[in-house]
Write a protein that binds this ligand. Structure first.
Ligand code: ATP
Length: 602
């Protein structure tokens, strides 16, 4: 999805930057200390011209050698103090930036975990990755460096110009007038650079997605001989980004050109008039030197406006991109003071359930258009239907990956929207056809849903976890895990890619079993297994399923055989429920579906 600039994109740079406050709040005292130290550096620097004036107008003009040495020593001391203050500022302001970075990254991670599956369906992972990494780092750089610098430069400019006016009002006014075009140039730069910065960040996100997708899908690309096309597409995106970066560089370069030229021009004009005034005795040489020493000090802050502005604009844009994710509401909400799912036998009821995807066109009827189905405690129900009829969608509703758009789902008589989501997801475990494993050990993958047995020091619980791990592996026929180089401690490659599809499915099944749920929802989790392994898994599963309520999406007739009853999903409704034999005998649509499943199998 191409991310379009949303509401937050229309905020001014200042309003966008202000939104950093909640994240930097805790580190504000340190930030203020940083600004204070920075101002001390400024004050020290601005004192040097006074010392210079004194040195030129007094000991140097009178030739009082005894006073020259202490005068020089004072100037040297002031210079050293300024260096130390600048060093301290850099050191002190590092911590608030790192604090903010951690806080923002944690916040976006937590929010991403809570956002509904529908959000993740719409957003490219590269876009999320670039917002969680690159954009947050940009904001950190702004806080640690640009913000303090900007505040210090502004104060230094105000104080410096006041001093210039105090030294000589005419020269001060000339220097100020000569510097005014910088404001117009800065405003023009801000307009151009805001758009460029935003485009560049979005394009970086698109590029990250492209890399992520080609790495993830490398097998498909290679086997279909599409690596060349993928490379071309990547190069095209990289070229677009290069163009934007070059445009940014050009805008920056132009800005720098004026930022360097204008103060120098102002300096030259003022110097010329200053020399004429000194000639005429209107100002003393000492005052003139002090004036230009101050003016020279102001060149730094003036010229720092360009880079500070560009960092600030980038940070504003990064904050907008960050908030586009953070502002997305968590649609799957818990009721206030949600209770745990009450202990019960595990009856699962779909009561006139309606469901449609957000982006489904208005004229299309609901995907699930009044599903009524009761799965009795301990019963195994297979769910069959033609491809695309909504079986996976129906299973996703049971753990509130999506919410029903009408009707309700009850567990032991309680609406699943009235209980805590965490509690719901420990009572209902799912395994999907597309088995996702994490880059952690086999043990941690299988016991993922059993924090109570892993995140503990208690030896009894740890032993229980070990026994459960072994049992789950046995039931899922995942014995291969024990022969991996480090057994169950072996770390699985990214998303388990170093395992075969069937091995991944078996570990995902073991993970669902290890939750010891009262309701098990399996979305065709055995599709990648050979017939013999599938039979072995089913035999072992039958023992577990004796006490567990199960809803199994079946794509193979053999999976249907595992069930006590079968429900046929047809045109958004449950058309019939019965044993395999009953449905075969009385339901032509069922015979049709079974025939198509057998066809697929061949
Ligand atoms: N996240 C989504 N957003 C929008 N539409 C979706 C989404 N997921 C699925 N769909 C659409 O909903 C319909 C039902 O999909 P679903 O995966 O539930 O069917 P299924 O019966 O499980 O299919 P299959 O048997 O092929 O696995 C399909 O037309 C699909 O394109």
């Amino acid at each position: 999805m191409a991310i379009t600039q949303q509401q937050s994109g229309q905020l001014s740079t200042f309003s966008s930057l202000r939104r950093v406050y909640p994240f930097v709040q805790g580190a504000l005292p340190l930030l203020f200390v940083g600004i204070f130290v920075s101002l001390a550096a400024v004050a020290t620097a601005l004192t040097i011209p006074f010392a210079l004036r004194w040195l030129v107008d007094n000991p140097l003009s009178t030739g009082d050698v005894a006073q020259i040495v202490p005068g020089v020593a004072v100037i040297f001391g002031l210079g050293m103090a300024e260096v130390i203050f600048i060093y301290l500022r850099r050191w002190i302001t590092l911590a608030p930036g790192v604090h903010l970075e951690g806080k923002m990254r944690n916040a976006i991670y937590v929010h991403l975990q809570k956002l509904p599956v529908s959000f993740h369906d719409k957003w490219q992972s590269g876009q999320l990755l670039s917002r969680a990494m690159g954009d947050i780092s940009t904001v950190r750089r702004w806080i640690s460096f640009a913000l303090v610098q900007l505040v210090t430069s502004t104060i230094m400019l105000v104080a410096g110009f006041t001093l210039l006016f105090a030294f000589n009002a005419v020269l001060g006014a000339i220097f100020l007038i000569c510097s005014l075009p910088l404001i117009i140039i800065s405003l023009r730069f801000q307009r151009t650079f805001t758009t460029l910065a935003r485009n560049s960040q979005d394009q970086q996100g698109d590029l990250a997605t492209s890399i992520e997708e080609s790495v993830h899908g490398i097998r498909v690309l290679k086997s279909f001989g599409r690596a060349g096309e993928a490379l071309e597409e990547f190069l095209e995106q990289a070229n677009i980004l290069r163009g934007t970066e070059l445009a940014k560089g050009k805008a920056n370069g132009q800005m720098w050109f004026w930022m360097l030229l204008i103060p120098d021009l102002g300096f030259a004009i003022t110097l010329l008039i200053g020399i004429i005034e000194a000639e005429q005795g209107i100002v003393s040489v000492g005052t003139l030197i002090a004036f230009f020493a101050t003016a020279a000090l102001l060149k730094g802050p003036m010229q720092s406006i360009a880079p500070m502005l560009s960092i600030s604009i980038e940070a504003a844009s990064s904050l907008n991109r960050f908030h586009e994710v953070m502002d997305t509401p968590i649609e799957i909400l818990e009721v206030r003071d949600a209770k745990d799912v009450p202990a019960g036998p595990g009856e699962l009821v779909f009561d006139d359930v309606h469901f449609r995807y957000e982006d489904s066109p208005a004229h299309v009827p609901d995907l699930l258009d009044g599903v009524n189905l009761t799965i009795k405690p301990g019963e195994t129900m297979a769910l069959v239907g033609l491809t695309g009829c909504g079986k996976t969608s129906l299973t996703a509703l049971t753990t509130r990956l999506f919410d029903v758009t009408g009707g309700r789902i009850l567990i032991d008589g309680v609406d699943i929207r009235d209980v805590g989501i965490e509690s719901l997801r420990t009572r209902v475990a799912m395994a999907f056809e597309d088995a996702t494993l994490f880059s952690i050990s086999v043990r941690d993958n299988v016991l993922l849903g059993r924090e109570d047995l892993t995140n503990t020091e208690n030896p009894v619980l740890l032993a229980e976890g070990e026994a459960l791990l072994q049992e789950s592996l046995d039931i899922a026929q995942a014995d291969f895990a024990r022969s991996l180089p480090k057994g169950v401690e072996s770390k699985i490659g990214e998303e388990g890619l170093s395992l075969s599809g069937g091995q991944r499915q078996r570990l995902a099944l073991a993970r669902a079993i290890a939750v010891q749920p009262s309701i098990l929802v399996l979305d065709d989790p055995l599709s990648a297994l050979d017939v013999t392994t599938e039979a072995a898994v089913e035999k072992a599963l039958r023992e577990v399923l004796g006490t567990t309520t199960a809803l199994i999406v079946a794509h193979r007739p053999s999976t249907v055989m595992l069930a006590d009853r079968v429900a046929l999903l047809h045109n958004g409704k449950i058309l019939d429920v019965g044993t395999h034999a009953e449905l075969l005998a009385r339901c032509p649509e069922y015979r049709n579906v079974i025939a198509s499943l057998e066809e697929e199998k061949r």
